[in-house]
Design a protein around this ligand. Structure first.
Ligand SMILES: [Zn+2]
Length: 258
């Protein structure tokens, strides 16, 4: 069973297009369906487009729900701008969102906006919502930096997306039972290395569909199929599906380190 913890709809740069290209819920759901994906987490890059309001993002979430039903777990990509527009996070009342996505590169949550970040994480804790946050090689995105907040909010489930750097991420996964990671946008050649670590059933398959077309002239369904096939070769398919369901399901308790 393949579950994808990291999918987007919305506007992306695309090679050959002068304007950002809109990847609609219908188009993305079509690819996932044809590739046999059972369940996925999706967030909208529309949060990055200045003229788009919270109401429009909620409307788009309804469209995802309409085309994908309960297969889609919709995360609200909360940018600093959208937080400032509604700092009580009233959009949560729409009932459309199963989690929150944050990106420290677009809004410096862990440095300049720590009070706002703590407010968001307190809401996530109250509502038992998982939180996905971009991770990366550089200091501000590093797993160790992000883990400061995961330790402070030990009842919140976090996905430190992208699993990088891999060594450091594996250490954080071992020491923080409320942290998961995903394989989104990982070079296919790295997949084999995943088998050298114990991920404590908290490594999720993830792709970043459809972001490849921003950098490569390639068919996204073809690339997506390659991603799935290469991941299956690792033998991590069933543990990653378990990781996905434990991350998403708010009724599950956080895993111990066994
Ligand atoms: Zn992404």
């Amino acid at each position: 069973m393949i579950c994808d913890a990291h999918v987007h709809i919305g506007y992306y740069l695309r090679i050959g297009c002068r304007q950002p290209y809109y990847y609609s819920p219908k188009r993305i759901e079509g690819i996932l369906k044809r590739c046999g994906v059972s369940s996925y987490v999706v967030s909208s890059t529309c949060a990055q487009i200045k003229s788009i309001s919270i109401n429009e993002i909620v409307r788009e979430a309804r469209e995802i729900r309409h085309v994908a039903g309960s297969k889609a777990h919709i995360f609200f990509w909360l940018s600093g701008r959208l937080y400032d527009d509604d700092n009580n996070m009233q959009w949560l009342k729409s009932g459309m969102f199963d989690g929150i996505k944050l990106h420290n590169g677009e809004t410096p949550w862990t440095t300049k906006r720590q009070a706002d970040l703590r407010y968001i994480l307190t809401k996530a804790k109250e509502m038992s919502l998982p939180v996905m946050i971009h991770s990366g090689e550089d200091e501000e995105h590093s797993p160790s930096r992000l883990a400061v907040f995961a330790r402070e909010f030990s009842n919140v489930r976090f996905n430190f997306a992208h699993c990088r750097p891999m060594d450091e991420m594996a250490e954080i996964i071992s020491s923080c039972p409320n942290v998961w990671t995903d394989t989104a946008y990982m070079p296919l050649s790295y997949f084999k290395r995943l088998c050298h670590y114990n991920w404590h059933n908290r490594l999720m398959f993830g792709t970043d569909l459809p972001v490849w077309q921003a950098h490569e002239d390639i068919g996204i369904q073809k690339r997506y199929s390659e991603y799935i096939a290469t991941f299956k070769e690792t033998g991590l398919e069933s543990s990653s599906a378990l990781a996905f369901s434990n991350f998403i399901n708010p009724l599950d308790t956080i895993h111990d380190l066994a």
